[in-house]
Design a protein around this ligand. Structure first.
Ligand code: GDP
Ligand code: MG
Length: 594
């Protein structure tokens, strides 16, 4: 145990975590160079394409240093706020962390939020100034930021480049020298923390764990404390490039467990594995992750409802954080109301449904969960606008609030404060990290972030702002339901819950946007926005004069075919509501109001 080192890598997205991890694996010959695929740890196609790590993984390296053999377990952490609970559990499984900062960018919001998690778990921090090969690297300036942030010496900071391989050996040596060996008693009752799981359709779910106390042997009866379920440890082992089976594993170790579990719901990150006989205590910090964003998912073809259901069931087997239940919409028919960890998670689910299950779906306006307190003083959890009680039954409504942390250059402070105030935010704190770098803390409604906040923040700061947030609770807000009618017919899937002060402006802009997005048809379309019975905005889509083919009547046949094909393509993501055809973009129009 004295030569085991468990560590993770903390970095803001794009600061070079995956590239550096690849170099560590190469240097320790965990993978031969010819086996090396770029960014080995990100092994889901979608992750690679987007260059983000969605699920965290672990890999073990062997390293010889000062005449001793070390076992280094790298526990990878996902980099996006949607998955912050998973990040916190990965960090809890380690004794140390590499803090990677891009020397051409400096400290960003996720650097800091993950650093705080690491410090909160008493991890030893090894600061790494990465990408020093870049001509526009600013090593002195960024070193100053790091020193100010963690209070280290300038000599503690390792200069590195994952691209050209600078500093890799120094990092490995520092891991052995500076990070402490795991503590724990192999003879105590078993306590192993689940920090991740991966779905394997042949072997069932692979559970990744870190043993804090006790010893786990193959074949033993184990219990997951928080779900209360028991299993047999069919196979245990360590994670190299491939899995290597072991007969037993003791305190301090990181590994995998296979026990024939088929449903991801049974494996909760943060849960504790113990023995059925002589059980240990649950490890602190377990939380049931709750969805933060809700949206309807509907098949484009109503006949594909059952197929969509079975796809969702399969998807859920390997995505325990996805929740859903059947929902009916007057406009869209049968579909599902789904709960996601955040907007990225929602996009990933939609994309996986399309790629892995070949479904074409329509996603409706995402919404947060509101708490509606009725005049009878009971509370209704509102996950969709249609679930909102009638205004005269509502006593008051509460909405989720977050603490948002934004880091930016000082020149963007003004515009960002304006943006956040426009999003009903309150500035709580403002600190200069260096003369040019500012950290701001706001309290604001989650609903405002769900809409178009990220994009706006990026635009006004020209990309020099990063954001991280956490939920801080529910607060009373004056919310109203805004309905949309097309030719006097209410389209429930276009409804949204918005703040009363903004409702008029929203209604107007939403109608304008819909006018742009709805294709012209043979008749006029009236677009109206209403609060209750009161119409607050109106736009019209004029009727088409001629049909598309009329223009090339008698003309070039191939052009005609092209036009028809174009129309067919356009139809792919359309839904007929009453007599109006609505494209997918229209259902998400509220996200793009500007
Ligand atoms: P991650 O999001 O933190 O995992 O970052 P990646 O490892 O995916 O790297 C993000 C981008 O930075 C990629 O385009 C890499 O090729 C590039 N990159 C990573 N490390 C270095 C480095 O040391 N030097 C330079 N010049 N580019 C790097
Ligand atoms: Mg990465």
């Amino acid at each position: 145990m004295k030569n085991i080192r468990n560590f993770c890598i903390i970095a803001h997205i794009d600061h070079g975590k995956s590239t550096l991890a690849d170099r560590l694996l190469e240097f320790t010959q965990t993978v031969a160079e010819r086996e090396m695929q770029h960014q080995l740890l990100d092994n889901m196609d979608l992750e690679r394409e987007r260059g983000i790590t969605i699920k965290s993984h672990a890999i073990q390296m062997n390293y010889r240093y000062k005449g001793e053999d070390y076992v280094l377990n790298l526990i990878d952490t996902p980099g996006h706020v949607d998955f912050s609970y998973e990040v916190s559990r990965s960090i809890a499984a380690c004794e140390g962390a590499l803090l990677i900062v891009d020397s051409s960018q400096g400290i960003e919001a996720q650097t800091i939020s993950n650093l705080y998690l690491a410090i909160g778990n008493d991890l030893e921090i090894i600061p790494v100034l990465n990408k020093i090969d870049l001509p526009h690297a600013m090593p002195e300036e960024v070193s100053d930021q790091i020193i100010e942030l963690i209070g280290c010496d300038v000599d503690d900071i390792i200069h590195a480049s994952g691209k050209s391989g600078i500093g890799i050996e120094e990092i490995l040596n520092a891991i052995c020298d500076r990070i402490s060996a795991p503590k724990g008693d192999p003879a105590a009752p078993l306590q192993a923390l689940i920090f991740d799981s991966v779905f394997n359709s042949y072997r069932g779910i692979e559970v990744y764990f870190r043993i804090f106390n006790g010893t786990l042997k193959k074949g033993e009866k184990v219990k997951f404390i928080n779900t209360g379920k028991t299993y047999e440890a069919d196979e245990i082992g360590v994670l190299k490039l491939n899995q290597e089976e072991r007969k037993e594993m003791g305190a301090g170790n990181v590994g995998y467990l296979i026990s024939g579990i088929k449903n991801a719901k049974e494996v909760k990150v943060g849960d504790t594995i113990t023995h059925v006989e002589k059980p240990g205590q649950s490890i602190q910090g377990f939380e049931d992750v709750k969805p933060m964003v809700f949206a309807g998912i509907y098949p484009v073809e109503t006949s594909e409802y059952e197929e969509l259901r079975s796809s969702m069931e399969k998807l859920q087997l390997n995505d325990a954080s996805l929740v859903w239940e059947p929902e009916t919409s007057a406009a869209l028919g049968f579909g599902f109301r789904c709960g996601f960890l955040g907007m990225l998670h929602m996009e990933i689910v939609q994309e996986r449904l399309e790629r892995e299950f070949d479904m074409t779906v329509i996603t409706t306006v995402p919404s947060v969960q509101f708490h509606a307190y009725t005049t009878k003083s009971d509370m209704i959890k509102v996950n969709a606008p249609s679930e909102m009680p009638e205004p005269n039954y509502i006593d008051h409504i509460e909405e989720p609030f977050i603490k948002a942390q934004i880091i930016t250059k000082s020149e963007f402070v003004g515009p960002i404060i304006t943006l956040c105030m426009d999003k009903r935010g309150i500035l709580k704190n403002q600190t200069y990290l260096t003369s040019d770098r500012v950290e701001m803390t706001f309290e604001m409604p989650l609903a405002e972030i769900v809409f178009d906040f990220f994009d706006k923040l990026k635009t006004i700061s020209r990309g020099y702002a990063s954001l991280d947030y956490e939920l801080i609770g529910f607060r009373t807000s004056n919310m109203v339901k805004l309905d949309v009618m097309l030719n006097s017919e209410k389209v429930d899937a276009l409804s949204a819950i918005v703040h009363r002060d903004k409702a008029y402006d929203w209604g107007k802009r939403l109608c304008e946007k819909l006018r742009e997005l709805l294709p012209r048809q043979m008749f006029e379309i009236a677009i109206q926005a209403a609060i209750g019975q009161k119409i607050i905005a109106r736009e019209t889509v004029k009727a088409m004069r001629k049909n598309v083919l009329a223009k090339c009547y008698g003309g070039d046949i191939s052009r005609k075919r092209k036009l028809l094909e174009k129309q067919k393509k356009g139809k792919k993501r359309m839904r007929q509501v009453g007599n109006v055809e609505i494209p997918q973009e229209a259902f998400l129009a509220v996200l793009k109001l500007d």
